[in-house]
Each structure stands twice: as C-alpha cells, then as structure tokens.
Design a protein around this ligand. Structure first.
Ligand code: ATP
Ligand code: MG
Length: 568
C-alpha cells in the first residue's frame, strides 16, 4: 500500500501527463493555453473511475492555470437520459470542481457535424452503405486479414449526398442505410476500415427533440468536439489509444489550421471487489440487486456520498493512486483507508451500542441521574466536549461481556473491572438469564470515587479496558445498516461466469435494536460521526424523526486485512 509520505511526495512531483503539459507550455504550444475536459456519456451515474478522471482533468486545469470543460457526449438517444445529466453535474460539483462556462453537449455540434459529413461526401471521403450492420461486420476482416470492400463503396459523391439527405429527411427506417468513411479496408487498425459515421435512429433526443433522426457516431463526434471547444489536452483512458488515428484522420479531412487537440491516454482505474462498467452497474440497479444507483454499496459517486464518504477522501485517493500508463488493479482497502483518514479528523465521536445488553449498577443510588462530560474529537480540541446522561441502568455492547472469559479477554467479566468511557469504573458481580440461558442483564457495582476527570486518586486508577455505553432511560433507538463489500471475489467482472454469481449475500445487514446517546438527535441527514469503537457512520437519506437510520461508512480498522493475516 502507498504510504502517506510517498503520497505526499507524489503530489509534489509531476506525473507523466503533467510533464507533457509542462513541456508544451515551455515550447509555447497553443499560446501556452491548457484546456482539458471531462466528457461523460449520460448513460449512467458516475463511478469512482470517473471520479479519478474528473480529479485528473480538473486538477490539471487548476495546476496549470487553465480551464476544464464538462461536455456530455450525448450522441446516442437510445441510452441517454436527463436524470443522468443532472446526477453527473451534481456529482462533479460535490467532488469539489466547477467547469468552465456553460455545460457543453456534443449535441450542440450536430449542425456542424452534419455539414462536415456533407463535406466529406463531396470530397469523396464518405459513402452511404445499404448493407445491414451484420453484413458490414462480416466484411470487417481480422487484424491480420484485410476486410472486404462494400459493393456500395464506389457510389458517386452526388448520389451519396442525395441519399444522405434522404436519411436525414427521415425517408428510411432504422438500420436501412448508414454513412461510412472511405478510408482503407486493409488498414492494420480495424478502426480505420471504413468506420461508420452516421446511423439512423428514429428516437427523440433529450436535447434536440425530434430534429434529427440520424445521429453521429461517438468516433465521428469526439475529436471534432474537442477541436470546437479548443481543448489542448484531451486526456482519456487507454482503450481510446487505437481510436486516436481515426480522430486525427477526421480532423485532417476537415480542418486546415495547425491547432489540434492532443490526445493523451492513461490507464483506467480498476478496483478490487468491484465492477465498474456502467452496463453491469445498470444491471444491478434494474434487477434490484441494489436499491438504486446511490445504494451505499455501489462504487458510484452518489453511492459513496450516501454512504458517508467525503469528497476530500476521494480526491486524496485519486492523488495517491496517481496516473499510470499500464492497466492495474487498486486494492479497495486503499480507498477505505483514505475515508478513515479523513473522517478521523472530521467526525465527532458519539456513543452507540449496536447489540445492547442491559447493565444495572446495584450500588448506584436509585433515581439518581448525572451528566458526564466527554470530548467530541481527540484529534481536534476545538470540537470541545458534550454532556452525556449517566444513571443506574445503562446498556453496553453484548460482545464486551463474557461470563466464562479466557485470560486474554480484557473487557467485562465476573469479578473484573472496566472503565465506562467518560464515567466510572465498574465490576461485574453476576448475570441474570432467561429460560434459554441467554444473558438478559449484567449486575455490577461501581466505585463512586472513580469518575473520569474528577481528579481523585481513583479516577486515575488504570484498568484493563474502557468500554462504551449509553444510559438506558434516555437512549435513542436507531437502525444501523452495516455494509460490507458488494462482491466476494476480487475480480467479479473478470470471471468466465456471470459477475452476479459473486455478489456477497452478506453485503447488507440491517440492525434494528441499536441504541445511541441522546446527542444523535441533533444530527442532520448525511452528517458523519464516529461511534466509538465501532466505526464511522452517516445519517442516511431515508432517516426520519421516527426512525433514525445510520449507514456504516467504514469500520475503524481494516477488518479484511486482519482476516487475511489470520488465514496466512
Ligand atoms: P464505462 O466503461 O463504465 O461505461 P465509459 O468510459 O463508457 O465508462 P464515459 O461516460 O464515456 O464512460 O466516461 C467519461 C470519461 O471517464 C472518459 O474520459 C473515460 O475515459 C473516463 N473513465 C471511465 N471509466 C474510467 C475509469 N475506470 N478510470 C478512469 N477514467 C475512466
Ligand atoms: Mg464511453
């Protein structure tokens, strides 16, 4: 795992993309301008991989005093929706970034792209093909075997223009005709074998309505959109490397200025125990394996937000993993580590008992109630302290007591002492059990002189353990959703069988009998806290005054690391 010091060094030295840009500026390229963009297709919610790309693109603009656009690559009306557009804008802003000027849409350029397509037809560089997509695919060849030329390849520009205009006018059905670039069916780059430029789709577009029934392919749109927006460094993931010659070829046919957007590829982020393809994430949502795109188990930005992750933690994670040129897999525990690091500084400590058992202090005066003071965040004194009620009956964590404890058990057991955090030292005397033999109550005595912070000798007395607790009469019932990894395989998407076979059936446990100290009533939705000794939690969006719901954001330690070292 990358250590904190290494990560700090990393942010101060240049990654390979920054070096390219620095060099470009030195050489006065594009009048020293730096203009990047983040170009999502609005066909799903953003995931942590997109967050990486956002941090990179917006980060580069910031570092070099440049600009970064947000552009929706909305060329396919069959899969795209306004809901996705809205969620993407919300997520980018939540991550802490603001795009330059207005949001851009590839669909803003449909008129220009259409004119460019006509120009290519007139120049003899594009033709209308009447074959079906299956026929065209069967003529593609393989990387080592040249493809076959279409029988329609040698139509005249005049005929092609007429047909293309009829395509636009709606005279053909979906799939009846397409427009292809006339490049080279024998090219060693499959993307150069007469790629499709336009297809017919009779479907309303979320922005252009019914104006068009032909839509440009992503490949015929992307490079030109970068060009139109004056993008200097078009940063994208490695799979687009093989598309680069095609983007350049299109621009060479259409543009005679010297300026070109420069495409630079980096390795996409892969996370262990996660799938990241939008198609797979959509499948999980549509088939209700999760409660929605923002289910706290999803690797989506909205899911992580709901779970309680902070934008700072995600940006820190993006920094630490850096920018790679080769595909690799990042351990999801690094992301969890970043979340923990950030919440440790920010989250106030509260007490909640997840699996409560009643504890009665026999020698504590009947009916007495006192307030004890506990600090809010030991990492941040300025957070101050709060008062907690203490009385004769309290609840502690069932796992903090053992009747027949082995020697190594340092928490509460008969005849042994522990300290109640912020309060007194208690000693267990006996237990009460129900008919099945299950413990229903622990009876204790306390040392009245031992109250924390009282300054007495007994208050300084060291005992083996300090445990958390809540006072019984004022405890607030809460529901806790305990999340675990959504998949139980390191690479669920990379197996022969269906990725859904690797869903972790234990990924959500809903615990309904938890109790918290009264201060939790002051929390608002999405507020984050540390429940002492339990982990970091955040108030869920479904929470209400009647039912207060907490999501477990992350445990205090990496349980999985512990598990695997045990197994070692
Ligand atoms: P998916 O494969 O999940 O469907 P995509 O690449 O099709 O993702 P886009 O909306 O086209 O999704 O992506 C927008 C931008 O985010 C692109 O520049 C893409 O390269 C980048 N991106 C997508 N996935 C990742 C990833 N895992 N790591 C880094 N960048 C990514
Ligand atoms: Mg894509």
């Amino acid at each position: 795992m990358t250590t904190k010091n290494q990560a700090e060094e990393k942010t101060n030295s240049l990654n390979f993309i920054e070096s390219i840009i620095e060099n470009d500026i030195k050489n006065n390229k594009n009048e020293k301008r730096v203009h990047t963009r983040f170009p999502p297709e609005p066909n799903g919610y953003l995931h942590i991989g997109h967050a990486k790309s956002i941090c990179l693109n917006f980060g580069l603009a910031k570092r070099f005093g440049g600009k970064c656009n947000l552009r929706f690559d909305d060329t396919n009306p069959t899969k795209e929706e306004v809901e996705y557009v809205d969620s993407i804008m919300e997520d980018v802003r939540w991550l802490g970034f603001e795009w330059d000027g207005d949001v851009h849409y590839a669909s803003d350029y449909f008129d220009q792209l259409y004119l460019w397509a006509e120009k290519m037809i007139l120049d003899g560089k594009a033709y209308v093909d009447d074959q079906t997509s299956e026929q065209i695919a069967s003529q593609k060849g393989t990387p080592t075997v040249p493809g076959k030329e279409s029988p329609f390849r040698n139509r005249t520009p005049k005929e092609n223009l007429e047909l293309f205009r009829k395509m636009r006018a709606g005279e053909y059905k979906d799939g009846e005709k397409i427009l292809r670039a006339k490049i080279d069916m024998a090219s060693s780059n499959m993307h150069m074998r007469d790629p499709i430029m336009y297809r017919i789709i009779h479907k309303e577009h979320h922005r252009t309505g019914n104006k068009w029934c032909i839509y440009p392919m992503y490949d015929f749109t992307h490079g030109q959109s970068d060009y139109i927006e004056g993008i200097t460094h078009s940063v994208c993931t490695l799979e687009f490397e093989v598309h680069r010659p095609l983007y350049n070829w299109y621009l060479d046919q259409l543009i005679d200025t010297e300026y070109r957007p420069q495409q630079i590829e980096f390795a996409r982020l892969n996370l262990s125990y996660t799938v990241m393809s939008k198609r797979k994430l959509l499948e999980l949502v549509q088939n209700k394996y999760v409660s929605g795109w923002d289910d706290p188990r999803m690797p989506t930005v909205s899911g992580m937000r709901r779970r309680g992750y902070t934008p700072e933690a995600i940006r820190d994670f993006a920094d630490r993993i850096g920018v790679a040129k080769r595909d690799n897999v990042i351990d999801v525990s690094l992301l969890e580590f970043c979340v923990r690091e950030d919440l440790n500084k920010k989250a106030d400590r509260l007490m909640a008992v997840i699996d409560p058992i009643k504890l009665v202090i026999e020698n504590y005066p009947e009916g007495k109630m006192e307030m004890v003071s506990v600090e809010n965040n030991p990492e941040d004194e300025s957070r101050g302290s709060r008062e907690m009620p203490f009385g004769k009956e309290i609840f502690i964590e069932r796992s903090d007591f053992m009747e027949d404890a082995p020697n190594k058990f340092f928490r509460l057991t008969i005849g042994k002492e522990v300290r109640l955090k912020g309060a007194y030292i208690i000693k267990a005397e006996r237990v009460i059990k129900d008919a099945e033999g299950k413990i229903t109550e622990i009876q204790c005595t306390y040392d009245p002189e031992s109250r924390s912070g009282s300054g007495s000798e007994a208050s300084k007395r060291k005992v083996k353990a300090t445990i958390h607790w809540v006072e019984a009469s004022q405890a607030v019932p809460i529901v806790v959703r305990q999340y675990d990894r959504l998949f139980n395989h390191e690479d669920p998407g990379g197996q022969e069988d269906d990725f859904k076979n690797y869903l972790n059936k234990e990924s959500l446990k809903t615990l309904t009998h938890c109790l918290a100290e009264p201060a939790i009533k002051n929390l608002k939705k999405q507020d984050r806290v540390q429940f002492q000794r339990q982990g970091y939690f955040c108030v869920d969006l479904d929470s209400s005054n009647e039912t207060i719901i907490f999501n477990r954001t992350v445990t205090l330690k990496d349980d999985w690391a512990k598990l695997s070292s045990k197994n070692d």
